[in-house]
Design a protein around this ligand. Structure first.
Ligand code: GLV
Ligand code: MN
Ligand code: MN
Ligand code: MN
Length: 404
């Protein structure tokens, strides 16, 4: 069954065009949430939504929606993801979901494919959490799991707040849009599909994610005169934490990453007086995820005690593992089968807005392979034909959901 298909050239062109927004002089792509690059990406997206004849809405946290009204009133079937990026990102993470969703709506509109329910494409604010914690901020606000007023007060490293930045870039809206169901297509961002040579992933769920921001405080002192046994070296605690969390993740089958440290005073011959760090822990199993979190906090405390330091830490994000809606998962599987597209089931290692939307409405995800399993780096790559095959599956599922 190949009757419904999107415009492959237009899909590719929109991914390439948005991919050129936010490039620096060295050719690296960065659109941190609500920065100038993100604003330029948003403006481009809104211009495409308008040119496609969609009704454009922006909510209080700056989530952008393009809506194609159905024959009947009611909440739309929503297709979405994000266009904010990490530093030095690829062009696929998130953008495939937003532009794939847009391509579905464009195709439905121009072919006059009938749909009882409305269809919507969504670009969620600050999915990445690379500038402001927590990640998935826009979907968390939409799902009413955090308050928008609280999110407005979150600041970046320079003390600039989400609320100020939304005002500055002109994306603090007042619309409200709630889906009836949610589908997200995304690049896998890991090696599984590419290694297996399978073009489509049917995602069963997303592993839990917890983030901490912490700081060990010891005593800066002379590197040559302070005996090894008389130091309060704050970096030593973070070094041990890194090794212990790596071993914990390896033994439990999860993931642990210390992605940032800041050493103070950061001088070659001074024992680090203060060291800030972040910790990202993930696990697909609820109970193991809970025990990893407990063990992490216990270890942070123990290391402070052992090295004569003070420690402060706070959990900046904490999202439980989720399994997607069984009916939607099997719909994706059947549509792939009907289209003769081979597929396999997998869990997502990365966090996604679908994880949050699944708390409020039936949700599911489609993955396409990431070449070499690379993501969150400039080498991120995917095949445009495989992306388009996945978006064709998205189109069929969206139309079925909108008519059931
Ligand atoms: C976001 O992309 C994450 O999974 O950290
Ligand atoms: Mn993403
Ligand atoms: Mn990402
Ligand atoms: Mn993500």
């Amino acid at each position: 069954m190949k009757d419904r298909a999107v415009n492959r050239a237009r899909l590719r062109d929109s991914i390439e065009t948005l991919g050129r927004v936010g490039l620096d002089d060295s050719g690296f792509r960065t659109r941190l949430a609500l920065d100038d690059g993100d604003k330029a990406g948003r403006d481009l997206l809104v211009s495409w939504l308008e040119a496609s004849g969609l009704e454009v809405k922006v909510d209080s946290i700056g989530n952008i929606f393009g809506i194609l009204p159905g024959d009947e009133p009611g909440d739309p079937v929503m297709l979405g993801s994000h266009i904010d990026t990490v530093r030095h990102a690829g062009k696929f993470d998130g953008c495939v979901g937003v532009l794939g969703g847009l391509e579905v709506l464009r195709t439905v509109a121009e072919r006059g494919i009938s749909h009882r329910r409305s269809l919507a494409v969504a670009a969620f604010t600050n999915e990445e959490g690379a500038r402001f914690a927590p990640d998935m901020m826009g979907s968390l606000v939409l799902a009413e799991e955090v308050s928008v007023e609280d999110m407005y007060s979150h600041v970046d490293d320079d003390g600039v707040s989400v609320g100020e930045e939304l005002e500055r870039i002109g994306y603090r809206g007042s619309d409200r849009v709630r889906p009836s169901a949610y589908l997200e297509i995304h690049v896998e961002q890991g090696p599984y599909l590419d290694m297996k040579g399978v073009p489509l992933g049917v995602v069963d769920g997303v592993q839990g994610i917890a983030w901490w921001q912490g700081r060990y405080v010891g005593q800066a002192n002379h590197a040559g005169t302070t005996p090894m046994g008389m130091r309060n070296d704050s970096l030593l605690a973070v070094s041990h934490l890194h090794v212990k969390m790596t071993e914990l993740a390896e033994s439990m089958g999860g993931c642990a990453t210390i992605g940032r440290i800041s050493v103070d005073p950061h001088i070659i011959n001074v024992i680090p007086g203060e060291t800030g760090f972040t910790l990202d822990l993930r696990h697909p199993d609820r109970e193991k995820f809970a025990s990893m979190k407990e063990e992490a906090e216990g270890t942070m405390d123990e290391l402070a005690e052992r090295f004569g330091l003070e420690v402060r830490y706070s959990r900046e994000a904490d999202v439980a593992p989720v399994s997607f809606d069984e009916e939607l998962v099997s719909m994706i599987q059947s549509v792939a089968d009907e289209r003769g597209l081979s597929s396999t089931h997998l869990w997502s290692g990365a966090g996604h807005d679908a994880q949050i939307m699944s708390h409020i409405v039936p949700s599911a995800m489609i993955f396409v392979p990431s070449i070499g399993g690379k993501s969150h780096c400039p080498q991120e790559d995917s095949d445009f034909d495989q992306i388009a095959d996945g978006v064709d599956v998205l189109l069929e599922c969206a139309v079925r959901l909108a008519n059931r």
